[in-house]
Design a protein around this ligand. Sequence first.
Ligand code: DMJ
Length: 470
Amino acid sequence: MTVSWSRRRFLTLLAAGSAVCPAGFAEASPLPSPASIAQEVRTEFLHAWRGYRANAWGYDELRPLSADHNDFFAPNHSFGLSIVEALDTLYLLGLDEELDESVAWLRANLSFDVDADIQMFEAVIRLVGGLIAGYGATGEAFLLAAARDLGTRLLPCFAKSPTGVPYRYVNLRTGNVQHNVTNLAEACSNILEFGELSRLTGDGKFMAAARAAYSAIIAKRSDLDLLGTSFDVEHGAFTDDADVAPNPPADSFYEYLWGAWALFGDRDARRWYRLLTDAILKYKRTTVGGRTWFQSVDYRSGAPSGARTQSELAAFYAELLAKGGDRDIGAAYYDSWTAAADRFTLIPETFDYTDFSIVDPGYQLRPEYANSAFDLWSLTHDERYRVTAYRHLRALTAHCRVRGGYTIVQDVRTSPMTLGDLLPAYVFAENFKYLFLLFGTTSRFDAAHYYLSTEGKVLRGFRGTRVRAA
Ligand code: DMJ
């Protein structure tokens, strides 16, 4: 869908406080046409991709300032993570040559028979999800086979746990597990990828493992229907009292509950989502200066813990609330994040929401604000989400674009911002995808019936996939 933008409408949004432009932008013109913004996003994705292609091809991540690479999962071993993360984005952006080259690299090089201890959560959302989405985009059977192989190698985390709540790490070759204290997000942000794996392979063991983990943790909720954050998988008990949701490491625990309903029609998941969300809204929602935030509380008593910080990672919660039926609260929370963007230009990792003082000044090229803008736009077609997302795009190109691609920021307070040297692989899965789909249209995406994972993988919503013979 395209929207014709008038300068008057744009200035009205600005005057209403729905958008504030970087210096010089307000005078410049109304927003460019959505199609030209989508084209710009595609160009910027290609700029980042070419940096990775030139200096880190086949490694997990690019270090664009030093033209070097980063191994994400294990020292001295890369899985081509950025390639896996990019597959479905390449498809949606119509970058077919790049997609073909990526598939060829994976066909020749991808193996999970590695003697390395791997973080299960990251492997699921990035690799299993990326391979499933890549399979959905291309129809390449070896991608699904690789996802199944990796999923099987991750299952000891669940199978060896006496409670069914997974250990955090597993050795991909030996199946040895480690780290018995996990957290909400790591324990349960797998039901979407494992559910898809079960659906696509006909083997229900993946979904069954993911469901059992949710069930075991939710059984330990307090009388208030709040949850602790860290969980001992051997003793089946929380190891702390703080309910930090929607901040990490609780964040995607709730996202995947709603997703299990939306994607698989899991009625228990919907019921659990409602129960737990009602408690979050009752005990944790707070208003400061008219803005909506979420405070940490003791999960047994509901008493505020005193921490007044918000992590940028929590910005996704605006879209989740809206998707889950609390649209007005989600929109209000998004507006709070827009106020943070107004203040900081790029939202830092952690800040105090009572006075906007910065706790962690880095910006890790996080996608959560753009994620919420995209889903809220899809739900409402309210122009404010495009205005604010465009402003975010301008900030990204102004501060994070470097000759060799895009890079993280170490300190958003300095002028110019102090840069770090990393292009996280999730940027290929998330930031550019959300921004492209916010402004562009493609016959390859069903904008009315999509579902994306926490890592931005298209689990539902492909059209016209390029199915080929295996
Ligand atoms: C991504 O890996 C996923 O979105 C995850 O759920 C947490 N956030 C990072 C990017 O910020």
